[in-house]
Design a protein around this ligand. Sequence first.
Ligand SMILES: [Zn+2]
Length: 365
Amino acid sequence: MPAKNAPKKASRKSLGLLERLAAGPVICAEGYLFEFERRGYLQAGAYVPEVVLEHPQLVEGLHRDFVHAGSDVVEAFTYYAHRAKLKIVGRERDLARINRAALAIAKKVARSTGTLLAGDICNTSIYATDDAQSHKQARRIFDEQIGWAVDAGVDFIVGETYSFAGEALLALEAIKRAGQPAVITLSVPREGRMREGWTAAETCRRLQDAGAEVVGMNCARGPATTLPLLREIRAAVTCHVAALPVPYRTTPTEPTFQSLTDPSGASGPDGRPFPTALDPFLCNRYEIGEFGKEALALGARYLGVCCGAGPHHVRNLAEALGRRPAASRYSPDMSKHILFGNDKRLRQDYLEYARRNYRSPAASG
Ligand SMILES: [Zn+2]
C-alpha cells in the first residue's frame, strides 16, 4: 500500500483517494440539496441545484463549512444537474453551464484546502429495467456529466443514490470508460432490496467485479437501518466500502426517510414527513459520531452523511474517527456555561440554582 511506505511527513494533500483509504477513513460530506432547501435557495420537489448558478458564493461557502468541519472530499454539487432533471424545470439549456460552474466552485475549494475533488453523477430519474431507450438516455446523461468532471480535473467520481442495480452498473461503466476511480453508492429501498430484487450485497459484489474501487450505500436510510445492510456488503466484497446515511432516526418498520411517519400526527402538506417535515426525526451529532465508530469498526472507511446533514454532524463524525478538524476549536465546553458549568469565574449562585432546579441525568436514576 503506497500510503504505508510514504514518508511520515507526506502531506495528505498529495495523496489520492485510494492512498488515503489505505491509510484510514475518508470523510465525504453530502447533503447539499436539503441544506440549501432549508435555507431557501433550492426547491423541494424537483430538487435541481439552481443555486449553483444563482448564488455560487453560497455553494462555495457550504463546501468550505464542510471542509472546516472535517470533510476530506469536496463533492461538486452536480447532483440532479443532469439533462432529465433540468428538463423538468425548463432549464435544459443551462446543462453545461451548471455543471461547469459547480465543478469550478468545488475545485476552487478543494485545491485551496488540500482536499479531494469529486465529480458527482446520480440516479437519472428516467431509468427503467426493461426500457432499452432509457438505458441509452442514462448513458448519455452519465457520459456528458462525466465529461465535464474530467475536464475539471476531478480526483475521482461518485455515482450515487441508485435504487436500480442496473443503473448503478451503467454509471460505473461510464466512469470506467473515462478512466476514473469510482465510488458507487446505493439507496436501498424500503423493501431492503434493489428495484430488480437483488440484495445490496449482491449488487455491490457485481459493482466490485465490474471495477468499482469503493461500493456501499448512501441516502434513503438512517444509521440504524444502514448498518445491518452494510455488514452484509462488507462480507460480500474485498474492495473499500462506503456508508453515507441520512441523519434521521429510521426504524426496521420505517427503514427509509421516505417511509417515516410522525407519531404525533404532524406531517408535511402532502401527508408525510418526507421531505420537508422530517425535523423531529433528525439525529443529533453524537448519534452520527456513534454511527461513524460502528461503521468504521465493521470495516467501512468511506464515511459521510447525506440529505439532512449539517456541518455539526460532519464535525462529530470526524471527531469520532479521532480527528480534530478546524471546527473542533469550537466544540462544546460546558464548563463555561452559566448554569451547568464549573468555572470559578461563573456566578456560583447560578450554578447552585441549576443544581436545585435541573436534576442531573446521574441523579435522576
Ligand atoms: Zn441524500
